[in-house]
Design a protein around this ligand. Sequence first.
Ligand code: SAH
Length: 401
Amino acid sequence: MSAHSSIPVVTVSSRGATRLKNGHLWVYRSDLAKTDGVPPGVLVHVQDERGRKLGSALYSSSSQIAIRLLTSKLISEAQLLPLLRERIDRAVAFRRQLLRNSDSYRMVFSEADLLPGLILDKYNDVLSMQVQTQAFDRQDIRQTVVEAVAEHFPDCSLFDRVDAHIRQLEQLPPRESQLVLGDTSKSIFTLNGVRFHCDGLGGQKTGAFLDQRENYAAAARYAHGEALDCFTYQGGFALHLARVCHKLTAIDSSRPALEVAELNEQLNRHAHTCGEIEWVEANAFDLLKDYSTSGQQYDTIVLDPPAFAKTKKAVGTALRGYKELNLRALKMLRPGGVLVTCSCSFHVSEGGFLEMLGSAAADVGQRVRMLEKRGAAIDHPVLWGVPETAYLKCVICQVIE
Ligand code: SAH
């Protein structure tokens, strides 16, 4: 016990304890007894109201997510860094074993790799780290992460990707995104043979939604004819579809994103079988409305909007937004046409999303069959008990009559 004597002990309510027993790693501040004097970002031991020990966690003094459980063992401060290092090593080994033919993937996915608060992404020879908690912002913990990256990827650079909003929530001082290892944050990376620009620190931030990697390939299996990619960002789906579709329109409301998309298109021009992609800067809601009223038709439509429901309360409004988009898209599909439709709102459940799709199909009076029900790529595993890790839904369906 003496080795642990300096480690603060926090007491969780029975609701908090049940949450942990059911496999979640988070306990909200409202489920903690007083934590006066517990410093930000420290290792704490967790106990229930009867004093039964539930494990060791990382503490945040400001976030609503007050503790993130690391292990159900009671560890000492001296065991913390070796444990984190071991988990990074395991995360790296898992991806290396699984993703032999991809140069880009999520190396560490926070909770799902039992490193709650850390994200590491690999874009070919450039890695980015995102620190999401007070604990992972600690100098010694950052150092552990950087050393692990330097050892596993000696030829890669690493940059620190700062999310100002998260730093505010965690009451951490502002910090600039910067290079930590190597001399460039620029690279060209490949997803399923399609090439993309990456520049984590440049004027135009470039990167990718790595969670969609396998969905891009799946979409390209069914896509054909004339295609429309709504919310294209830097062209993720569009550039994959360009290999199989003869005509493509890609929409986004962000001009800078479309500028990068065009650069990405140039990178892949040699591999294209179709003509040029038409990149359209517009509000996808307005444009879909215009296109559908004017009787425009497509063979393939992709919908990958940003998270509409940021909170539980917003779910109703979000589902109405999804329904509007999906309804218009289904209406515009020719028989045999394929809809690839996604939601990255954790608060919208898979069940709720499928129900919305069913009701949209019924409203337009079409026979629609589901071809695939998908989630995020395998480098973003779902941790049982932590539903937040299962945020992405991607459904591929087909209008058959
Ligand atoms: N499909 C992309 C990721 C989409 S992210 C990929 O696979 O890489 C969501 C995108 O929606 C962002 O690029 C954002 O600029 C865009 N966006 C947000 N609101 C929009 C709107 N109302 N109309 C069109 N684009 C919008």
